[in-house]
Design a protein around this ligand. Structure first.
Ligand SMILES: CCC(=O)SCCNC(=O)CCNC(=O)[C@H](O)C(C)(C)COP(=O)(O)OP(=O)(O)OC[C@H]1O[C@@H](n2cnc3c(N)ncnc32)[C@H](O)[C@@H]1OP(=O)(O)O
Length: 624
């Protein structure tokens, strides 16, 4: 039996012992005597009697344990022309002082703190400072509009908002303070303060209870890490659901630390002293887990990159960073590589850099199409490893376990279920499907440590959204199949969530925005295949009777509305006016059929369709 099979079996046959063993990689203020607490099933908890501090595990134990002079964080920001390195000792000190600053404002264990910060060291410092005092951070991605930020403020009810004065996109400086002010104008909940880190590209005007970050730090004293229960929340991260209201995924402290530390070695083969780079954003789960927590938990050096794959300044940006900082492994989304490939198909830029230390490219966030896989593999000559997971799971469900037993790659597959995750493919009736048959990808409960224990303040929504469809199983919302070798192929979502450039977005939210336009009677938004971004949203609107408006003007207005209410990250640019939308006799819009036609599939017309001629008329628009 190979190492993978043996480890996988052990993780499912005896999760109690498996995860108690893995917990030894973490320093506990109170070592857990038990791993799994099933007493409130299907709400499972991990390490119910353990206590720890995640910031201590990510920083102090390395700073005091012989790695004080090693780089913990390398910030590389081509958009601002800045770079900065922090050793473990320096980062620990900065975090301890900022934690003291938060404490001086009355933030204590369990308080929520919203972070609206771009890819700057202050984002990492703020996350770890919250963890140090047991406060619960909730990072909001900078590409979201005020309305999305407001929804998160309303749900998390933060004591503070920590922000920068601006983010920097290649074509523009995005001022954050007006976005926060606009959000706060609409929320019932008001934080005590907004603390602003001023950047030279655009200083924010502070007023009222706003505070300047540097002034606050200047008066602060460092504080020690506060032990918290392993089951205490470390953070909340909101993700798009099928409705407009984002879901607050909760991550608990103990399970998270154990699972991430385990994953770094077993899945990524990255260890203390290695240099690791995740090119994503701290606003996404990939940023939480693999820019900030996991690399620091194992004593590696993590790169924080504020730039793009192309245009900052060119398509050699990724290769420059890898070469300059001696990066051994990179984790990024396929869209990033497709962007590089589009501009530099022969990878001429790559030839300018020494990538001799580089070992592995990891890809996730969206499906890695075989063409991009082959291109990356050919130009790099290193393993290119796809893997699959979700905001909810916090770490990979299916992967090629490079540190356990590297496996042959099958392009299009995320490789095999990771130890801890009991992946089952179920049909509509909940029967398990044999190899090769596509169905709903589900995870048999209990989920391993590090996965979500619930949704913030909403156990019922957690149960309803994830656990009710197949009792005893977690519904991933993706469909796919396991082949005869046990490789998992993830084929796409089964709901109305789409993945645009690795960003998970709700078409339902976009439809709500379109429907708010006075000219629109009804609408549908579907995700269609896109060469660069994997998927992009496409809108279809039916006008109210008697309304006459030039299609181009309406399109511009609708695009602007989605940008205003959801944010630029929605990449919503394409909307058509149609006479009618195809529906079932009970009035349900046939979005899946529309999606299939737009993607060039031979879609059968559902027998429940109300008026087949509507679909016939739409075909030419869906697939010109
Ligand atoms: C495994 C679990 C998970 O899936 S967690 C999620 C993992 N996903 C990722 O890591 C995301 C990967 N994608 C990316 O990093 C980017 O899309 C890359 C590939 C770098 C391309 O970036 P970009 O060229 O900006 O395109 P985009 O489609 O992301 O952006 C669309 C518009 O939104 C804007 N935007 C983007 N980020 C921000 C931000 N932080 N603040 C403000 N605006 C932002 C972009 O400028 C762009 O705007 P515009 O429409 O061009 O005006």
């Amino acid at each position: 039996m190979g190492a993978y099979t043996e480890t996988y079996r052990r993780s499912l046959d005896d999760p109690e012992q498996f995860w108690l063993d893995a917990a030894r990689a973490i320093d506990w203020t109170q070592r857990p005597t038990r791993a799994l607490d099933p007493s409130a099933a299907p709400f499972y908890r991990w390490y119910p009697d353990g206590e720890l501090n995640t910031s201590y595990n990510a920083l102090d134990r390395h700073a005091d344990g012989g790695r004080g002079a090693q780089d913990a964080l390398i910030w590389d920001s081509p958009v601002s022309g800045r770079k900065r390195r922090y050793t473990y000792a320096e980062l620990r000190d900065e975090v301890a002082t900022f934690a003291g600053a938060l404490a001086s404002l009355g933030v204590t264990r369990g308080d929520r703190v919203i972070l609206y910060l771009p890819m700057i060291p202050q984002a990492v410092i703020a996350m770890l400072a919250c963890a140090r005092i047991g406060a619960v951070h909730s990072v909001v991605f900078g590409g979201f509009a005020p309305k999305e930020l407001a929804a998160r403020i309303e749900d998390a009810k933060p004591k503070l908002i920590l922000a920068a004065s601006c983010g920097i996109e290649p074509a523009r400086v995005v001022e954050y303070k007006p976005i926060i002010d606009a959000a706060l104008e609409t929320t019932g909940h008001q934080p005590d303060h907004v603390v602003v880190f001023q950047r030279e590209q655009a200083a924010a005007e502070l007023s009222g209870t706003d505070l300047d970050w540097n002034d606050l730090v200047a008066d602060a004293d460092p504080v020690d890490p506060v032990p918290v229960k392993a089951t205490d929340p470390l953070y909340i991260l909101y993700t798009s659901g099928t409705t407009g209201r984002p879901k607050g995924v909760v991550r608990d402290a103990g399970g998270h630390a154990v699972a991430l530390a385990w994953s770094m070695g077993a899945l990524y083969d990255v260890h203390a002293g290695d240099v690791w780079w995740t090119a994503s954003d701290v606003g996404w789960v990939v940023g939480h887990s693999y820019i900030v927590y996991a690399p620091l938990l194992v004593g590696a050096t993590t790169v924080l990159y504020e730039g793009k794959p192309v245009g900052t300044p060119d398509a050699g940006a990724f290769w420059r960073v890898i070469s300059e900082h001696g990066v051994q492994a990179l984790f990024t989304a396929p869209t990033a590589l497709r962007a590089v490939k589009k501009v530099d198909p022969d990878a001429d830029e790559l030839k300018k850099y020494d990538l001799s230390r580089f070992r592995t490219l990891f890809m996730a966030g969206e499906r890695l199409d075989p063409e991009t896989y082959h291109w990356a593999h050919d130009i790099l000559g290193t393993p290119v490893v796809d893997h699959w997971w979700q905001t909810e799971t916090g770490w990979p469900i299916a992967a090629n376990p490079r540190g356990l037993e590297p496996m042959p790659v099958k392009p299009g597959s995320a490789t095999k279920p990771v130890p801890g995750w009991d992946v089952r493919i179920l049909d509509q009736a909940g029967e398990e499907l044999p190899a090769g048959r596509e169905g709903a990808i589900t995870l048999k409960l209990p989920l391993p440590p590090g996965s979500l224990p619930t949704l913030w303040g909403d156990d019922e929504r957690y149960r309803e959204a994830y656990l009710s469809r197949y009792p005893g199983y977690y519904l991933t919302g993706d469909s796919g199949y396991l082949d005869e070798d046990g490789y998992l192929f993830v084929m796409g979502r089964t709901d109305d969530v789409i993945n645009v450039a690795g960003h998970r977005l709700s078409t339902g939210s976009m439809e709500a925005v379109l429907a708010s336009h006075p000219a629109v009677a009804e609408c549908a938004v579907i995700g269609v295949a896109d060469q660069l971004k994997g998927q992009v949203p496409r809108g279809f609107v039916v006008l109210k009777s008697g309304v006459e408006v030039p299609e181009e003007q309406l399109r511009d207005e609708l695009v602007a509305l989605v940008r205003r209410d959801i944010g630029p990250v929605a990449a919503f640019r394409d909307v058509s006016v149609v006479n009618a939308l195809p529906k079932t006799r009970s009035g349900k819009i046939l979005r899946k059929t529309m999606r299939g036609i737009a993607d060039g599939r031979d879609e059968a017309v559902p027998s429940t369709i109300e008026d087949p001629s509507v679909l016939d008329a739409l075909r030419a628009i869906l697939r010109p």
